[in-house]
Design a protein around this ligand. Structure first.
Ligand SMILES: [Zn+2]
Ligand SMILES: [Zn+2]
Length: 304
């Protein structure tokens, strides 16, 4: 493992014409599924990556079907903009109608791909009472790992993603304010999965943090800790001999790291898929005592 020191602003153009917020594209989950299938080839975690790919395909089907859920009123959206508040923060928004049916359907779709034990582990979602499903969602959104049932996390998370992504796609990026903390999604107000260096158009070469829930992406300059705002001593770790599509940006101030997924090294790279397929880098970061700041719901299952 080797490190490279970068200075803030070394890469990024001066702010001004930069698109601060990218809302999710219509084919988000399909692209993710294809990337997962590609990464699964010859991968030690191939079976799990293929499972995640099927889950992502099922998410795309649900997204295409136009899941239920209503944006807050124009008055509420204007209020959020004025006070720099994320308009779709789960705390201020009723959970979109139908999300539980989405969860049950996703579970049924991916069950046949699992071992008998894996199928049994998802059965509580298929049969889940509304109250039980709501409780799981609350724990997931609060990142309450004490209570979370890790086996159902990917499916519960996937269902919530479908509904929030659908809502986020309906927003006008110009009417979403930027919260003061760089680690918070302007749409949803919580943690990123990872970050991605985008290619093409006005976003070329810029780094965006990718939201766990609503799939929106917000711009944060490279070589700046998104967890604590520090810009000193930021180092990039990558696997020796790897293709450098994924590296880990670490901060000596808060001892955390966030992965950077490089589309400039591979145009198909995806902030969720490539994060999932680079667990080895997480193990190495753990060895050098850095704590992961990104949250990947696909990753929380004890897969059998
Ligand atoms: Zn978000
Ligand atoms: Zn930091």
């Amino acid at each position: 493992m080797t490190t490279t020191l970068l200075q803030p602003g070394q890469i990024e153009a001066a702010a001004g014409s930069i698109p601060e917020l990218r809302l999710p594209p219509a084919d988000l989950f399909l692209m993710r599924a294809r990337r997962l299938e590609q990464l699964a080839e010859g991968h030690a975690m191939g079976a799990y990556l293929r499972f995640a790919a099927q889950l992502a395909r099922a998410q795309q089907e649900r997204l295409n079907a136009g899941p239920a859920g209503e944006l807050p009123s124009p008055e509420r959206l204007a209020q959020c903009f004025e006070y720099l508040m994320p308009p779709l923060a789960p705390a201020g928004l009723a959970r979109p109608a139908g999300w539980r049916d989405t969860a049950r359907q996703l579970a049924k779709t991916v069950q046949p791909l699992l071992t008998a034990a894996g199928q049994a582990a998802l059965q509580p979602v298929v049969e889940g009472a509304d109250a039980w499903l709501d409780e799981q969602a609350t724990w997931l959104l609060d990142i309450d790992t004490q209570h979370l049932n890790a086996a159902v996390t990917p499916v519960i998370g996937a269902a919530l993603q479908v509904h929030w992504t659908h809502l986020a796609r309906q927003l006008d990026p110009a009417l979403v304010a930027r919260p003061e903390h760089p680690n918070l999604c302007p749409v949803r107000g919580a943690h990123p999965v990872s970050s991605v260096v985008r290619i093409g158009g006005a976003e070329n070469g810029l780094r965006y943090l990718h939201c766990t829930l609503c799939s929106a992406e917000w711009h944060v300059v490279r070589a700046k800790c998104s967890n604590c705002d520090n810009t000193r001593g930021i180092a990039h770790y990558h696997l020796e001999g790897g293709n450098r599509v994924v590296d880990a940006e670490s901060c000596p101030e808060c001892q955390s790291y966030l992965k950077v997924i490089h589309q400039d090294k591979d145009p198909l790279a995806d902030p969720v898929a490539d994060d999932l397929a680079s667990l080895t880098l997480d193990l190495l970061m753990d060895e050098v005592d850095f704590v992961r700041s990104g949250v990947n719901w696909y990753l929380m299952q004890g897969h059998s």
